[in-house]
Design a protein. Structure first.
Length: 547
């Protein structure tokens, strides 16, 4: 169906990834995972044709490939009907057929007839004549009313837009569908709908995702893009089997790496010993007759030359051994250092009383959410749930102060040290580097401590002081925010989809760290494994119908 052969992608002669080889068979459901910055989204672009590989080839049969967007910001002036018709390829196929029909009418010959037949075949493949029926079915499956079809996307709430993106996936008739973090910002019900659709679909899927339960439920194979010159690891298994295989592979790779390191050390010691003995033999002498002295010096010289030759031979082997050194396996990320051991604060940290929040849609329409009532004590962890558009993020923003409240009151307890991570991993200084941002988020931190924290979070050393925050990936920005939490020793965390854009090892490290966190957590998340992994005291359900 499709094969990637020796794909390499470079930026300014620096390999983002290289030696990437894999294939996709009909109907396969493949999860594409890997560390932040490894180039997963870029690889999807190369497969779809929106990016050009530095070298290598994408070889494909006569298949239709489609990329379904999750961000609808570029479609605000389009109706839902226009958006779905365009991104599913239906509009393009209709336009192609119309052009082929016009050309054939002007010049009816064998070549134009073939073009017309090809265009007609694509009409059938994309079920163009049934599009309206397909659109209505997809909207219904996505939990949206049919009346939305002719509404402009700019007039929809954020929750409705998320479901429209889901409807587009359901309506698509591509042979291979590419998805980049499709569960970001979907509510629980939406994720389940997407999983069920992918499981039942005859199409093949290649999906970048960090959502472990989604990968477990929706994929049958895992491709791990390692970045740099390391190519990919492929696991012809489901996600749980991948985790087991990854753990085993780490143990095997670490054993091989340690054995190689010990072999180098042993050879270095042997070469050094031979070199020292050679020098000693060459300089050694004793008081004896001239004849004996000559013979002794000759024997010493031969011994010295022999040991020097052995030393040189060992040094050649040593150089070869160093050049053949395997990559050091990346150990599981540990964020145990994230939260300092401090005094457990049991008193009330937050009280929200009859708070209402208003926000304005792109068309100028005002919408009021609330009223909200909530209290949070030290050590408590509360999860806010509800369908898309019910106001989960709006509530978090109003608590932090970035969203103005219309009515009610928000009161913090004394000695509250607040930290906030939003869905977009927003940093205060987008034009400044990581170091300047953490200094802004944690006033008083020394440059040395700030650098130490950022390095602990695996931020590339070269980008800490030289790359503007706006040029960093979402995962890299999230790591700066996490480092700031450690820097201020926060005792109240407001986390709005904190796992968005984080790679799986970092999510697992954050999850383990939050398990032992002694402060309070107010969490909005669609990541079911993450919620269950850190634990919670209670859930608060926001009801869309009561807004």
């Amino acid at each position: 169906m499709l094969s990637a052969k020796n794909i390499c992608y470079e930026i300014e002669s620096h390999p983002v990834f290289s030696d990437v080889n894999f294939s996709v068979s009909p109907g396969e459901k493949i999860g594409l995972i890997g560390p932040n910055g490894a180039g997963k989204s870029t690889l999807l672009g190369i497969v779809s044709g929106t990016h050009t590989a530095t070298s290598g080839n994408i070889i494909k049969d006569n298949i239709e490939i489609g990329v379904l967007p999750q961000n609808l910001q570029d479609w605000l002036d389009s109706s839902v009907h226009e958006f779905i018709e365009t991104v599913t390829g239906v509009k393009n196929v209709k336009d192609e057929y119309s052009k082929a029909e016009t050309v054939y009418a002007k010049s009816p010959d064998e070549n134009t007839l073939v073009l017309l037949c090809d265009a007609a075949e694509r009409l059938g493949h994309f079920a163009v004549d049934k599009f309206d029926k397909t659109l209505h079915k997809s909207l219904k499956k996505a939990g949206l009313p049919l009346s939305l079809a002719n509404k402009e996307i700019g007039n929809l709430s954020g929750g409705q837009r998320t479901r429209v993106a889901l409807a587009a996936i359901i309506a698509a008739r591509f042979d291979l569908i590419l998805l980049d973090e499709p569960t970001n910002n979907l509510d629980f019900e939406g994720v389940v709908i997407l999983e069920k659709y992918i499981q039942d679909s005859k199409a093949a899927f290649l999906m970048v995702s960090h959502d472990r339960r989604f990968l477990r439920n929706a994929t049958t194979r895992i491709i791990e893009l390692l970045g740099g010159d390391q190519g990919v690891n492929q696991y012809n298994l489901g996600y749980d089997e991948y985790v087991e295989a990854r753990t085993h592979m780490y143990s095997v790779d670490m054993k091989r790496y340690e054995e190689h390191r010990l072999a180098i050390k042993s050879l270095e010691n042997s070469a050094r010993e031979r070199r020292v003995r050679a020098n000693s033999a060459n300089s050694g002498s004793r008081r004896t007759s001239d004849n004996d002295k000559l013979n002794a010096n000759h024997r010493a010289s031969r011994a010295s030359n022999h040991m020097a030759s052995q030393a040189r031979s060992m040094e050649v082997r040593l150089e070869r051994l160093k050049n053949e050194a395997p990559h050091q396996p990346q150990p599981p990320i540990s964020l145990d250092f994230l939260f300092q051991e401090g005094e457990f604060i049991k008193k009330r940290l937050l009280t929200i009383s009859d708070v209402s929040v208003a926000y304005t849609l792109e068309n100028g329409t005002h919408q009021v959410l609330g009223p909200y009532n909530l209290s949070l004590d030290g050590g408590e962890r509360v999860v806010i749930t509800g369908p898309n558009g019910s106001g989960k993020s709006t509530l978090i923003k109003s608590i932090y102060g970035s969203q103005k409240i219309e009515n009610g009151n928000i009161k913090f307890g004394s000695d509250v040290r607040l930290a906030y991570i939003d869905q977009e991993q927003t940093l205060p200084l987008p034009e400044e580097c990581a170091l300047e941002n953490i200094r802004s988020l944690a006033p008083g931190i020394s440059d040395k401590d700030a650098m130490h924290l950022l390095i602990k979070f695996n931020l590339p050393k070269e980008s800490i002081v030289s790359v503007a925050a706006r040029k960093l990936s979402g995962g890299e920005r999230a790591k700066i925010l996490l480092a700031s939490i450690a820097a201020i020793n926060a005792n109240l965390l407001l986390l709005d989809e904190p796992t968005n854009n984080l790679d799986i090892p970092t999510i697992e490290g954050l999850q383990d760290a939050l398990k032992s966190y002694r402060g309070a957590i107010l969490l909005v998340s669609h990541d079911r494994d993450f919620i269950d992994g850190i634990g919670y005291d209670r859930k608060i359900q926001l009801d869309l119908d009561k807004q």
